[in-house]
Ligand binder design. Structure first.
Ligand code: 5AD
Ligand code: SF4
Length: 552
């Protein structure tokens, strides 16, 4: 999750067009005519992105759609024609931050008015737009346009409506229509130029209805992007030098594309057991229908086969969809990162039942054991909620036990925040007092830190493969990148042999290079290393037998 990601705009590139499916249309509320399509030239747009990686990629989609209408991204809100906040509604805290930013932008408008200039058009996009709809327009007109996650194609028209309004007049413009089929498959995201990593959305929405979660209400039903358009985009990214792609979805491993013929025959559903495509012991509130579809394991395999030098990651998965065939693809392909996100939410079966997660603690433990058995060196991350409705001290202790037993490498931990519309808000009592939630959260964080630091210390002396991303934030003398297990590594920016065999002279590693490094010390969240040589993913794998070696 991003805390409050700045736009990170810099210079953007656009790859050549993607193939792919026709988009599903979204119908504007209260509007019947489509936009005239006239280009608006020479305008600029400033965007702030909050929430998950999906929002980061959605921002790139929005910038692409607006780019087609002549808007260029800028990094300074004070000179922007349009200011957009791409928002998250998952908890109250990030929403409060958005309200305060809207207040600040209102001041920019007031200054412009005083100087007899037209102020910026302010838009709220994403989950908070979907959740609050008209309330954002009504609230002292803090927002001029409100656009839900499936309505981004409509933005040029919505902007035009507001531009046509007399200053401060009318009612703003809104489209929060959710779609059953919009995947933006044909939109080429406007990505930062020169980036060595990229996000690719492969599905949108969530059908799971976990009792605490607003996502199914703000992001709508699950729908998957056509396999061919995803694979085409990966090929294009590989051609432009991108070395790592992260496949994205609210429920990424429940991917199911019925429009493309599966090359695996008709995997999946065994007659009589609708949950046979799930990990053992997992269920959902709905019956998955995936027969004949290209499912996640197949997509992952086909993605991994495009470029053996390109790493593949994916997030955010649901544990239920880690069927054996998904784990096998992770194990078999050296370029599929040996790191899985397994959002546990709680270590207590009773809490998991109230959360409607569809599994018990035992089923979760069994999945962890199986994944670790099958994939040596596997790193695991998780999401945890503390203080969910009715959580007792014993139930909380079960979560602490889970954290210390599993020993996650990364964890995103939150105090429960009640969200309107959810099952929990309607049927359960938010009865754990705030200080208790906070204390339990601190305890979970403490156990996580201890186990994580212990694991990091064990990395000292190991040889890792690092994909160089660029200079370290703290020092121009250092480079930074990640291991395939997602650990951040920093190491001195010095010349190293250009290959592991010592041929080809010496070179200073550049962003996009793979470098083998020896870990020399461990800090709480980073490893410091000594660079050994530039290498390739295949060379490293053939020398070490894995991209996650044990002892050096
Ligand atoms: N309160 C606290 N945390 C939540 N999450 C989702 N909904 C809530 C909520 N109402 C957390 C879950 C999820 C992550 C993305 O956010 O842990 O996996
Ligand atoms: Fe929310 Fe559950 Fe869907 Fe994740 S799987 S987005 S927690 S409803």
């Amino acid at each position: 999750m991003l805390d409050a990601a700045g736009p990170g705009l810099g210079h953007f590139i656009r790859e050549a067009g993607r193939g792919g499916a026709q988009p599903g249309g979204s119908i504007a509320e209260g509007q019947s005519e489509p936009p005239s399509g006239g280009a608006m030239r020479g305008k600029n747009v400033y965007v702030e992105t909050y929430g998950c990686q999906m929002n980061v990629n959605d921002t790139e989609v929005v910038l692409s759609l607006l780019g087609d209408k002549g808007y260029s991204p800028i990094q300074d809100p004070t000179i922007a024609d349009v200011i957009l906040l791409n928002t998250c509604a998952i908890r109250e805290k990030p929403e409060n931050k958005i309200w305060s930013r809207l207040g600040e932008f209102k001041k920019l408008k007031a200054v412009a008015k005083k100087n007899k200039r037209r102020g910026p058009i302010v838009g709220v996009l994403g989950c908070m737009a979907e959740r609050l709809k008209h309330k954002l327009l009504d609230a002292d007109r803090l927002a001029d346009i409100v656009v839900g996650p499936d309505a981004y194609r409509d933005m040029p028209r919505l902007l035009k409506i507001v531009e046509g309004e007399a200053d401060g007049g009318a009612v703003g413009a809104l489209n929060t229509q959710l779609s059953l089929d919009e995947t933006y498959a044909d939109v080429v995201p406007l990505r930062p130029a020169g980036a060595v990593t990229a996000f690719i959305s492969i599905m949108r929405g969530c059908n799971n209805m976990c009792s605490f979660c607003i996502v199914p209400f703000t992001r709508g039903r699950e729908r998957s992007r056509p396999t061919t358009s995803i694979l085409d985009e990966i090929r294009l990214l590989s051609d432009t030098g991108v070395k790592e792609v992260t496949l994205l979805g609210q429920n990424v491993n429940s991917y199911a594309d019925f429009a493309t013929e599966s090359q695996r025959g008709a995997p999946g559903t065994t007659v009589g057991d609708p949950f046979s495509t799930y990990a053992a012991g997992f269920r959902s509130v709905y019956k998955p229908k995936r027969e004949g579809a290209v499912q996640f394991a197949e997509l992952l395999q086909r993605a991994a086969e495009i470029d053996p030098e390109m790493r593949i990651r994916f997030t955010s998965p649901h544990p239920k969809d880690f069927s054996d065939d998904v784990l096998q693809v992770v194990q078999q392909y050296p370029n599929v990162c040996k790191q899985l996100h397994l959002p546990a939410q709680s270590g207590s079966s009773d809490v998991l039942d109230r959360m409607k997660r569809g599994y018990t603690r035992e089923a979760f433990d069994a999945l962890v054991d199986k994944a670790r058995r099958l994939i040596p060196g596997l790193a695991l991350s998780t999401d945890i909620i503390t203080g969910f409705c009715g959580e007792s001290e014993d139930e909380h202790a079960a979560t602490l036990d889970l954290m210390s037993r599993v020993g996650f490498e990364q964890a995103f931990m939150f105090a429960y925040s009640q969200r309107d519309k959810t099952h929990a808000a309607r049927h359960l009592e938010d009865d754990v007092p705030q200080p208790v939630k906070a204390r339990r959260l601190a305890e979970v964080i403490q156990v996580f830190r201890e186990t994580m630091f212990g694991k990091n210390e064990k990395e000292v002396g190991r040889t890792h493969l690092v994909l160089v991303e660029g200079e370290a934030k703290k020092s121009e003398e250092m480079l930074t990148g990640r291991t395939c297990t997602m650990k951040r590594v920093i190491f001195p920016k010095i010349s190293v042999p250009a290959s592991q065999h010592g041929c080809g002279g010496e070179a200073v590693p550049q962003p996009g290079d793979y470098v083998s490094v020896d870990v020399v010390s461990a800090q709480s969240s980073t490893l410091t290393a000594r660079p050994l040589a530039r290498t390739t993913l295949r060379e490293f794998h053939s020398l070490h037998g894995s991209t996650v070696p044990r002892r050096s």
